[in-house]
Design a protein around this ligand. Structure first.
Ligand code: SAM
Length: 294
């Protein structure tokens, strides 16, 4: 079945009597070139396990199943389960789970599949992510330490640009620092809005996250690092002295001492700091808290 043709999508809608849900971010791919880009960008090999987020009618799932040892597809929309049963019926190496990705323990799935001998290679997460929860999905995968080797996902181009950007640019923000702390990020391809049904208002891009074995900075306390990022970018127009004041119970004077010790000018703004500089600030705050017995 040619799943990416608009007429195939309409036929399935008619047969299974379902509407595409805007609130679930259902914008389906109609361009086989984009599907190939995601599968190739992910570098799927024949002994790999693929976990797909939001299979929709299974267009990307089927392409991944051609390459991988096993594909687990996690779809929240109950109405799409009978559709997926039909479209993926020919693939014995596909399992569909009707669940919310944000409530799914991916490490448990990976361990189960490994114990069952379903794969012997890498774990690759792929997906054309629902726009409304792109950032929560990415951050949950990274923060919960999912034992995956790569994450290759499509998202709104503007979010992709933010994730990839570096210090000193307008797009650089908390999500850039957070993601780049965990991963090397590369752009696979830009995707125009015209290749989706229904057509969204914005263009998309596919990013490949290669999860680092070692994080981008050494941290004494990860939660302090993320607190500094949130505080700094939460008030991004303010100087660090003002935006960080109040973080970890440090007043302006306390923050001035921390910045002095880190060799960072207190009049700079968060958007100019590298990951290493954020880490230096967080590590000095951690030392001070330890000394103070907190
Ligand atoms: N993979 C298909 C494609 O590319 O044509 C569909 C992608 S569509 C952008 C996003 C899919 O994610 C939809 O099928 C939607 O129902 C599903 N979805 C939305 N929220 C989800 C959640 N919390 N957990 C799992 N799937 C979700």
């Amino acid at each position: 079945m040619n799943l990416h043709s608009p007429s195939a999508i309409k036929d399935l809608q008619r047969k299974h009597d379902f509407q595409l849900s805007k609130s679930l971010g259902q914008n389906f791919i109609t361009d086989p070139g984009v599907i190939d880009s995601i599968v190739e960008g992910a570098g799927i090999k024949e002994d790999d396990l693929v976990i797909e987020i939001g299979p929709g009618i299974g267009v990307l799932t089927a392409a991944a199943a051609e390459e991988a040892a096993k594909v687990i597809a996690i779809e929240i929309d109950r109405k799409l389960i009978p559709v997926l049963r039909e479209t993926l019926g020919g693939y014995e190496n596909v399992e569909v789970i009707n669940q919310d990705i944000l409530k799914t323990d991916l490490n448990e799935i990976i361990e189960e599949q490994r114990a069952a001998g379903a794969f012997a290679g890498a774990v690759r997460i792929i997906g054309n992510l629902p726009y409304y929860i792109t950032t929560p999905i990415i951050m949950q995968i990274l923060e919960s330490g999912v034992k995956a080797d790569s994450v290759t996902v499509m998202m709104q181009k503007e979010v992709a640009d933010r994730i990839k950007s570096g210090p000193g640019t307008k797009a650089y923000g908390a999500i850039s620092v957070a993601v780049q702390y965990y991963c090397d990020v590369e752009k696979v391809v830009d995707v125009p809005k015209s290749v989706f049904i229904p057509q969204p208002k914005v263009d998309s891009a596919v990013l490949n996250f290669i999860i680092r074995k070692e994080k981008a900075a050494e941290l004494k306390e990860e939660k302090l690092f993320f607190a500094c990022i949130r505080a700094g970018f939460g008030k991004r127009r303010k100087t660090l002295l003002n935006s960080l004041a109040g973080t970890c119970e440090l007043d302006k004077e306390g923050i001035r001492c921390v910045l002095d010790e880190a060799g960072i000018d207190a009049s700079r703004r968060a958007e100019t700091l590298s990951i290493k500089e954020f880490a230096d600030i967080a590590n000095i705050i951690a030392d001070k808290a330890k000394k103070a017995g907190k």
